[in-house]
Design a protein around this ligand. Structure first.
Ligand code: GAR
Length: 191
């Protein structure tokens, strides 16, 4: 069976990355081949190392200017790039090198509450301020505009009367952890 290689990109804590790593741990045809971060202190790098997964810390020159990151990814024969809380904009060179092979998770129901600066708790604050009755997660392809690529799947949850950004964050995190690994698996198995 041909092995499919995933690279996870994350900038911070990496709880989603952890779920994905654990989910595919014993998989015979899908492997987390690499964890990439723009931040050397990101805890996601410790998580990767603890699971014996190679890591790559990128800088802006390699990522945006000289194409070195694309070359590094190609060395690992990456089939799918999974963004999980990755804060840098994806350059066109990377999108061109991996067409239709980069996906992202966003902690709201796009197209609402997306765009620049809409990250983590900011998203949940905006949802509550707008008095939304429902929020959720969106898993989507990445194109050259923040949060505007084609949606692959969405999963919703209720925003309660007395919801706080923190309580909503927990609900959303649960939805992400349950759904992201399965969506990735389906995507790989059906392509
Ligand atoms: C996740 O909630 C993800 O949806 C969000 O960052 C968090 C990362 O958490 N991404 C965005 O807001 C993208 N705009 P984690 O590091 O614990 O996985």
């Amino acid at each position: 069976m041909i092995m499919k290689n995933i690279a996870i990109f994350a900038s911070g804590e990496g709880t989603n990355a952890q779920q994905i790593i654990d989910y595919f741990k014993d998989n015979k045809s899908i492997r987390i081949a690499l964890v990439v971060s723009n931040k050397i202190t990101a805890n996601v790098l410790n998580r990767a190392k603890a699971s014996g997964i190679p890591t790559l810390v990128i800088n802006k020159v390699d990522f945006y200017i000289n194409n070195k990151t694309v070359e590094d990814l190609q060395k690992f024969n990456i089939d799918l790039i999974v963004l999980a809380g990755f804060l840098w904009m994806i350059p066109e060179s990377l999108i061109k090198a991996f067409p239709g092979k980069i996906i992202n998770i966003h902690p709201a129901l796009l197209p609402k509450f997306g765009g620049k600066g809409m990250y983590g708790i900011n998203v949940h604050k905006a949802v509550i301020e707008a008095k939304e009755k429902e929020s959720g997660i969106s898993i989507h392809y990445v194109n050259d505009k923040y949060d505007e690529g084609e949606i692959i799947s969405q999963h919703g949850c209720e925003v309660s009367e007395n919801e706080t950004p923190e309580s909503l964050a927990l609900k959303i995190q649960q939805l992400e952890h349950t759904n992201y690994p399965k969506v990735i698996e389906n995507l790989i198995n059906n392509n």
